[in-house]
Design a protein around this ligand. Sequence first.
Ligand SMILES: Cc1cc2nc3c(=O)[nH]c(=O)nc-3n(C[C@H](O)[C@H](O)[C@H](O)COP(=O)(O)O)c2cc1C
Length: 234
Amino acid sequence: MPDVPLVTQATPQVSDAIQSRRCVRAFSGKPVSEDVVREMLATASRAASGGNLQPWRLYVLAGEARDALVNRVAEKMKDTPFGDGPEYDIYPSELTEPYVARRRRVAVEMYELAGIDRDDTAARAAQMGRNFSFFDAPVGLILTIDKQMGPPQFVDLGIFLGNLMLLAREQGLHTCPQEAWSLWGKTVREEIGVPENELIFCGLALGHPDAQSPINRLKTERAVVSEFADFRGF
Ligand SMILES: Cc1cc2nc3c(=O)[nH]c(=O)nc-3n(C[C@H](O)[C@H](O)[C@H](O)COP(=O)(O)O)c2cc1C
């Protein structure tokens, strides 16, 4: 039976990783080594999961494997710009407030920083399309989950994803999680050989940021704690 003493000292660096993480949507081509990614994945897999199911599954793409997927989607986008049909509903069809306003706000701010006019649908579509080059990141991950899994296991996958994004910061790297990849489920499945029993949940762009790109200057807003947490008995 594994018997390892509990660490009791505080680990203050976590806040720095959380505060410095943001979605990066322009990467430099600088490579990231396989060893670094493997180590990040091993550490991320310490994520808690209900019943220790560890329901995450990942495809880690670099070099030719990454390029082949990116090129295949780019080719297909010419005929079917909106993808293969979604793997799942990314948002509720009748999204209510305050979520509608939050979603709109991040889009407005992002396009403004990118210098894209809100009425320029072609430029907006092109920016959306950049998801499918992993925003030029040298490493693209595809995260899947067995289709038998439900909401509790999606939370587990989210905890793993969160770990991964924070561990990237420890390596001086940045990330962007990408549900957009779920729009190309069939193509991803064919290109990298994902079995039918796995749902393609999202992608994750991983690499060094393009420090000059205006789009990376976006620091999104957050609701204050009193808006989302009720405190009782303090
Ligand atoms: C599971 C998940 C999927 C996401 N999918 C996309 C995506 O497809 N494309 C994109 O540009 N951003 C995507 N985002 C990024 C969100 O828009 C972003 O996290 C949010 O606006 C907050 O900004 P921040 O991460 O920079 O703090 C996704 C985020 C999460 C957690």
